[in-house]
Write a protein that binds this ligand. Structure first.
Ligand SMILES: Cc1cc2nc3c(=O)[nH]c(=O)nc-3n(C[C@H](O)[C@H](O)[C@H](O)COP(=O)(O)OP(=O)(O)OC[C@H]3O[C@@H](n4cnc5c(N)ncnc54)[C@H](O)[C@@H]3O)c2cc1C
Length: 515
């Protein structure tokens, strides 16, 4: 008789599933094949406005080597059971550690957590999927290596490989993470192990220093996709600069976003400001200050502008708060500082230096992130409304003031229609800005949850009509977001899937890709 399971992979009978589990246990050991509901609970904690059931895994497995992954794939191909690989599994607000479709087996790679190599001369690292940013930070500190990396806000618990394959971002000059990765090792669905770039060349020692190799560059195919399981990643580290000068510039009005972006763009493109700049709205800063929404507004609908204005005054927060830094020698930073002062004065901004920021939680965690020091300061966002609901709405904008203002107004209006606040920021930006909005809602409240789903849907389709596409999306909306990019791209993605994963066993549905 087969065991009773909460979720099974689509189209797989319980008896077949049990047989597969037995074979997986023979490869990984009983303790590394989780089927018990209590042990599966961490893989089903989502923040999205859909029922947990939609993303319930049938099992979770924790392989410890490439060879074990190859063995697992043989079994999964035989039974046609889909698997959803995660690295550190902290994709919070984008799907967390839960599979994209109900019944997929989560492949949790946390036991593969070696920092394989750090080259202090070339400033490179080669890491496995389970390595966390905190682990890498501690390693560099212990070895007294003056090297920095770029990390996302939940850096203490998240990891460079998982973040990079979802094309995440951070806050140092290396903030566009995929751009600063160099070389991957990928296990394909048939068990072949591909090394990208120079990694395919026997005896090469340039895998982590030259991205392209010969012929087509394949790395991008393994980001925001389901064409392989990434088991190693090279990344570039930056030398700690002799002088680091972080600063914040606060602006009083919401419409100031126009002049901020137009003033910063030339400085970013010319790399006078080298890091991934953040322009954060009051309501992003407030919860991290920390300020509670309920202390300012308990009525229906979105928080009114007057209450937002009061928060700004009470807590010295700008309508927009620009975070950037100078990374150089004292001499170069002294020279560039004059440019920053002139820009702030010319645009009506108030500069806050590191010295003046002492005692401010919001400024401190930002300044730490700008030098790649892991922390969890941004989790304050979840105290704003409470109830644990969060989905990131993240359209890309040109780095032009008129465009950012237009996107901000569009988003704020749609959010308000459903009773939600505009908690947004613009980040990265040489020529683009990732416009990142945290749609915060109370997941224990059925109406709010329904509204959050409808609101995201409207945001997505209204933005798409204007030609604005997402840089990244949560798993509940993967299919809808993929559809906004048109049929030809999707048809090519499907052909690639068919060629590389004919049994459709690698995370079908991730980023809308499936057979
Ligand atoms: C308060 C807060 C602030 C945040 N700020 C940021 C931010 O500044 N920047 C940012 O980028 N994100 C941010 N996030 C989102 C997210 O938490 C981070 O991007 C985080 O780094 C992703 O989780 P992870 O690193 O554990 O990756 P994982 O969850 O392990 O991986 C992400 C996804 O990539 C795929 N994947 C993972 N590993 C593999 C593999 N080995 N092979 C194939 N596919 C794989 C899976 O589909 C997985 O779901 C924030 C979240 C919160 C809650």
């Amino acid at each position: 008789m087969s065991t009773k399971r909460k979720a099974l992979p689509k189209g797989i009978a319980a008896g077949e599933f049990d047989k597969a589990i037995k074979e997986l246990k023979a490869i990984l050991g009983d303790e590394n094949v989780l089927v018990d509901e209590v042990r599966l609970a961490p893989y089903n904690k989502i923040m999205m406005p859909v029922p947990n059931d939609q993303h319930a895994p049938s099992a979770a497995i924790t392989p410890a080597s490439v060879e074990q992954i190859q063995g697992v794939l043989k079994v999964l191909n035989k039974y046609r059971i889909p698997v959803y690989p995660i690295s550190t599994g902290k994709n919070l607000g984008y799907g967390s550690a839960a599979p994209v479709q109900r019944g997929q087996i989560v492949m949790d790679l946390r036991r593969m957590n070696k920092i394989i190599e750090v080259d202090p001369d070339l400033c490179t690292a080669l890491v496995e999927p389970g390595v966390t940013y905190q682990q890498l930070y501690d390693y560099l500190q212990e070895k007294k290596l003056p090297l920095w990396f770029s990390c996302p806000a939940p850096s203490a618990i998240a990891g460079p490989l998982g973040n990079m394959v979802d094309r995440g971002v951070g806050y140092t000059p290396y903030g566009e993470h995929f751009l600063f990765s160099c070389g991957m090792e990928v296990v394909l669905a048939n068990g072949d192990v591909l090394r990208t770039g120079m990694g395919s060349m026997p005896n090469s020692n340039t895998w982590q220093v030259f991205k392209w190799g010969y012929g087509p560059t394949l790395d991008g195919m393994f980001t925001q996709s389901n064409y392989g399981i990434v088991t190693k990643m090279g990344m570039w580290l930056m030398p700690a600069p002799p002088d680091f000068r972080p600063f914040c510039i606060q602006y009083p009005n919401e419409t100031d976003i126009t002049k901020i972006v137009d003033a910063l763009r030339p400085l970013r493109i010319a790399m006078v400001i080298p890091n991934a700049v953040v322009i954060a709205h009051t309501l992003w800063e407030a919860p991290c200050t920390p300020v509670k929404r309920a202390d300012y507004y308990t009525g229906p609908g979105a928080i009114p502008d007057a209450a937002v204005g009061k928060i700004q005054k009470d807590h010295n927060i700008g309508a927009w708060n620009v975070y950037a830094g100078l990374y150089g020698t004292k001499e170069t930073n002294d020279a560039n500082w004059k440019i920053i002062e002139a820009v702030a004065a010319g645009t009506g901004g108030k500069i806050i230096t590191a010295e003046q920021s002492k005692g401010s939680q919001a400024l401190q965690y930002r300044f730490d992130l700008m030098k790649g020091k892991p922390n969890l300061g941004e989790f304050g966002l979840y105290n704003w409304r409470g109830g644990g609901g969060s989905i990131w709405f993240a359209p890309v904008s040109q780095a032009k003031g008129s465009e950012t203002l237009k996107q901000m107004k569009m988003a704020k209006d749609i959010l308000a229609k459903y009773g939600f606040d505009y908690v947004g920021e613009f980040i990265v930006g040489w020529r683009d800005m990732h416009h990142v909005i945290d749609l915060l809602f109370d997941r224990s409240d059925e109406t709010q949850t329904k509204n959050a789903y409808a609101c995201y849907d409207e945001l997505l389709h209204t933005f798409a009509k204007e030609g604005y596409g997402m840089y990244r999306a949560n798993t509940a909306f993967a299919e809808k977001v993929a559809a906004t990019y048109g049929p030809v791209k999707r048809s090519v993605e499907k052909k690639l899937k068919k060629a590389l994963d004919p049994n459709n066993i690698l995370a079908p549905g991730r980023c809308g890709i499936s057979l």
